[in-house]
Ligand binder design. Structure first.
Ligand SMILES: [Mg+2]
Length: 185
């Protein structure tokens, strides 16, 4: 079968990683409780930043957020390698900007994710992911972001939500831990 995965906050814990970086950079000590209570994808509000300031902070910090030691979610690497071992195809579909695509691919390989060069897509808008997902004829697709999930009809692909505080309103099959994958399938 063909499995497609978003990367950020689906396979790796990027926002929480960025939250630590924001605390350090802004010399603050905002609690993780505030992080887990966030009802939106953006993380700047608990730091007292406006949307514009938050956007600038994110873009100015992108290099550090993307390429330092952001952890994969527990068992994500193992689970994807197991799927490959069982003969399934793995695709990555990330809306990270074009200029970060190839470096992100290499970074993912370094973390131990099974990456085939021609199965890695990047640089699209959230609402363009659906086109790639349909073209690839994926059997399963995993994502965390409401703006993406809302564009996906579940007729052709089984869509699974990676559970996050900001997507609890979406009623699709939900993955909380990567160890639960077999049970959900
Ligand atoms: Mg994501």
């Amino acid at each position: 079968m063909k499995f497609g995965f978003d990367i950020d906050d689906t396979l790796i814990n990027l926002r929480e990683h960025a939250f630590y970086i924001y605390n350090k950079k802004l010399n603050k000590n905002v609690s993780l409780d505030d992080f887990y209570a966030l009802k939106r994808v953006e993380i700047h509000e608990p730091f007292g930043l406006t949307d514009d300031e938050g956007k600038k902070m994110w873009n100015d910090t992108l290099e550090e957020i993307y390429y330092t030691n952001c952890p994969a979610f527990p068992n994500a690497v193992e689970t994807l390698n197991k799927l490959v071992h069982e003969g399934h195809e793995i695709y990555y579909i990330t809306s990270r900007p074009k200029e970060h695509g190839e470096r992100t691919k290499e970074w993912m390989k370094k973390q131990g994710f099974p990456v085939q060069d021609d199965c890695f897509f990047y640089g699209m808008q959230d609402d363009e992911k659906v086109d790639i997902i349909q073209k690839l004829q994926l059997d399963y697709y995993f994502d965390d972001k409401p703006a993406v999930l809302d564009t996906l009809s579940t007729d052709s692909v089984k869509v699974i939500v990676k559970d996050q505080s900001y997507n609890r309103g979406i009623s699709l099959p939900r993955l909380i831990n990567w160890t639960d994958l077999q049970r959900i399938l």
